[in-house]
Ligand binder design. Structure first.
Ligand code: SF4
Length: 379
């Protein structure tokens, strides 16, 4: 496999949106990865009024509104603030990169640590925009493969704070978790360089001080799956969003119809309706065997200027005809999937190149395929 081409290092926040082919991309970071019903309805209305009408679920467990014009950006920010989805201080908003174990319960250890970290955000040094935290203290660790720089986890001996890239973390009592996180963040801040802006990159060339590698985290548990979910008194329904894209009008309708207590977002293109059973809906994935759950596709044309091909309709059609994992990428950067897939189609001059068992930037086995011909061959 060859090295992936560099993707944009920008991590768009609400105050500092990224410009894409279809307008600004405005990222919304729900606290505790949870939205009350009125926040879901309000956010959906904002996505329809000021964006493309869709919400993207990101691999950081956030939501994005795409297609926002520069003229509408301030009105959108005001709307987000009204829904309590925005910090007044942009520097706090940009630091609020916190992944949380998805089945947390009010007042449990995961919720307490996440709340303490939210309060401590002003004490953090000014870290790079992509720097993030994972509070992975649910019954089964689930966030070990997701992007974070400082991780709070369970070891067999108790809680640990672990630097991403280290095999072990520092044992801590719960009251010491946040002071330990702050110390590690400060250590990172003094060792980072222009080229090493993530913890794992720093650890490639610098050893942690003594005492930071005491205990290994518990092994990653089973992935959250589409279907009913439960953690003690918490129960809900897990649904999938194909390609991480949510139709805002469909989401608002589902929220109203299901009477869910809240919505939780995850980094895995799944979301959870709190306190309800599986709803009857065609707008989202409710069948754990749906091939769309193993299909990746970036926004493609016309949304991204790097793409010469439409991606998502093609991905839906080709996934239904293909065994194994499928990735449709608008170009060789492979934003939707940085790993290998069984079958990858990569856009190039309005046609597709085919990569087998590789990533979007790997050498294709066929080039210049027309989408219609690919689909016709499979039917
Ligand atoms: S992979 Fe897709 S989203 Fe990423 S730059 Fe290429 S076309 Fe754009």
């Amino acid at each position: 496999m060859t090295v992936p081409p560099s993707v944009k290092g920008w991590c768009p926040g609400a105050f500092k949106p990224m410009m894409s082919g279809d307008g600004l991309v405005v990222r919304v970071r729900p606290r505790f990865a949870r939205l009350e019903p009125e926040q879901v309805l309000g956010l959906s209305a904002l996505a329809i009024s000021y964006g493309s009408g869709f919400l993207d679920l990101t691999n950081r467990g956030n939501l994005q509104i795409r297609g926002v014009s520069e003229t509408n950006h301030n009105a959108l920010l005001a709307g987000l603030a009204e829904l309590d989805l925005l910090d007044e201080d942009p520097s706090i908003e940009s630091r609020r990169n916190i992944l949380i174990a998805p089945l947390w319960r009010e007042g449990n250890v995961t919720h307490r640590i996440a709340a303490a970290l939210l309060r401590a955000l002003p004490e953090l040094p000014d870290l790079s925009a992509k720097f993030g935290f994972a509070i992975d203290t649910g019954p089964d660790p689930r966030l070990q493969k997701d992007s974070a720089d400082i991780r709070v986890e369970w070891s067999d001996q108790g809680l640990i704070v672990r630097a991403d890239g280290a095999a072990r973390g520092r044992l801590v009592a719960e009251p010491d978790v946040i002071p330990t996180v702050l110390t590690l963040a400060q250590w990172f801040d003094t060792h980072r360089t222009k080229d090493r802006r993530r913890m794992a990159k720093v650890l490639e060339v610098t050893d942690l001080p003594e005492g930071w590698e005491q205990a290994a985290p518990r092994e990653q548990g089973a992935a959250l799956a589409v279907g009913p979910c439960q953690n003690g008194a918490f129960s809900g329904a897990t649904l999938g969003a194909p390609f991480g894209q949510i139709d805002a009008a469909e989401l608002a309708a589902l929220m109203a119809k299901s009477n869910a207590r809240a919505l939780r977002v995850t980094p895995w293109r799944l979301f959870i309706l709190e306190g309800v059973g599986m709803p009857d809906t065609d707008a989202f994935v409710t069948d754990p065997s749906d091939p769309l759950l193993h299909t990746d596709a970036c926004p493609g044309a016309p949304y991204c200027t790097s793409s010469s091909v439409e991606t998502r309709d093609f991905a839906r059609a080709v996934a239904a005809q293909t065994k194994g994992s499928v990735h449709v990428s608008g170009c060789e950067k492979g934003c939707a999937n940085a790993r290998t897939a069984d079958t990858t189609y990569v856009g190039h001059d309005g046609r597709f190149d085919l990569v087998k068992n590789g990533a979007a930037w790997d050498a294709p086995v066929k080039t210049g395929l027309r989408p219609d011909d690919i689909l016709a061959k499979r039917t």
